[in-house]
Design a protein around this ligand. Structure first.
Ligand SMILES: [Zn+2]
Length: 395
């Protein structure tokens, strides 16, 4: 048995926990210390409309912290926006960042934090694809991640996924200090997410762990957290959609998402994430979780049909509630049942402008941008296999 486990984020989990933020900043025993915060939120209306920003501002005031707000982050955050955010943070003398939002906001905060302390061009520090692979000289500004969605696990991992619109690369940005110092996972902030996005995010959380479960990098530690993540998301995601006020169910999906973030730190994802990043790199309006759902049946069937890890699929089907599962195909059945119940079994690539003519380029993009994920697959996936998966998934 062997694994490397390094998750340094101080996590504060539970309903109402946002109201403890001020104690984490003002107390000498707190997780973060600073005088001026850059508050990063999305460019949408919901963070303000739901009162979450007011609550955060109140916490910062109670802690005696000054702040400025950067509200330009869209879904699938881009290089120009995070570079602008970095300049804004350094011009305003911010010494830490509070990210209040979903995966896009938390991911953007990591890149903004690196740009604020290092300057230059973000792609100088990107270690994958066409990035210049320079390790940043200065640590990222400390990050407080307050997640308002249960999906990406970005509150407890070091990577931020950023899109470079010029090179059509959607890839991970990381560096010294990009792991949040403090995460607040408060399910009260997640109940207002519209149903379809709850489903997209919940499936993203589950896929971080189903990929980890079949990955060659799996170890006893990653298997343990992935198992609980799969079980918690599968058991509770439908309830969070049908009964948005059920805080217990929301908390359990958020727990699954958090565990999946840890899974990515101690284990790994596989090529499904690379295939999806290529889709949303070319089609920015495609939500990450929706893209993963679209290719999931064909992707997992590829490995099921090759019988490369039958036991793992059977165990995942059991974790998803099929107690008598005894063949790998049962995982596909469990997966599709959950998608039906969440109302996301019929998502169409064509609704997002994706065309079959793009599949070859996307397959190449997936490998060039996130080739590392393919090394974790339970058996080799060629470019032709990737194109077949896209084709089978196309509607
Ligand atoms: Zn993901």
């Amino acid at each position: 048995m062997s694994f490397n486990f390094a998750v340094s984020t101080n996590a504060i989990f539970g309903p109402g926990k946002l109201s403890e933020l001020h104690t984490q900043i003002s107390s000498p025993m707190g997780a973060v210390h600073g005088k001026k915060a850059l508050v990063v939120i999305s460019n949408g209306k919901s963070t303000r409309a739901n009162g979450y920003l007011d609550r955060l501002e109140n916490e910062l005031s109670q802690a005696g912290v000054d702040y400025v707000i950067f509200d330009k982050v869209g879904a699938n955050p881009t290089k120009p926006v995070v570079e602008e955010g970095g300049r804004f943070a350094s011009e305003n003398g911010c010494d830490f960042i509070v990210a209040l939002g979903g995966g896009s906001v938390m991911d953007a905060a990591k890149a903004i934090g690196l740009m604020a302390t290092n300057g230059g061009d973000l792609w100088d520090y990107v270690m994958l694809g066409s990035g210049k692979k320079q390790w940043p000289a200065n640590p990222c500004l400390p990050i407080v991640a307050i997640t308002t969605t249960a999906g990406t696990g970005s509150e407890t991992d070091a990577g931020g996924v950023i899109t470079n619109p010029e090179t059509k690369e959607k890839t991970g940005v990381f560096g010294p200090g990009t792991m949040p110092v403090l995460a607040i996972i408060d399910p009260e902030l997640m109940t207002t997410v519209p149903s379809k996005f709850k489903a997209y995010q919940g499936f993203d959380a589950m896929f971080h762990s189903t990929e980890g479960f079949i990955s060659r990098q799996r170890n006893e530690m990653s298997k343990m957290v992935a198992s609980e993540a799969i079980r918690n998301v599968a058991e509770n995601l439908v309830t969070t959609i049908e009964d948005p006020q059920d805080l217990d169910a929301m908390g359990k999906v958020a727990f699954g998402s958090y565990l999946s973030g840890i899974q990515m730190c101690v284990g790994s994802c596989t090529s499904a994430h690379a295939l999806e990043h290529a889709m949303s790199a070319y089609h920015e309006n495609l939500p990450h979780g929706a893209g993963l759902i679209m290719i999931s049946k064909a992707y997992y069937s590829f490995f099921v049909n090759r019988h490369v890890c039958d036991d793992r699929f059977i165990e995942m089907a059991q974790l998803m509630g099929m107690k008598d599962a005894d063949k790998p195909e049962d995982f596909i059945t469990a997966l599709m049942n959950l998608q039906e119940k969440c109302g996301v079994a019929d998502l169409k690539m064509s609704d997002y402008g994706i065309r079959p003519e793009e599949f070859e380029e996307m397959a190449k993009n997936a490998r060039a941008t996130l080739g590392i994920n393919f090394l974790n697959d339970p058996c080799e996936l060629t470019d032709e296999d990737c194109v077949s998966i896209y084709k089978e998934s196309y509607r």
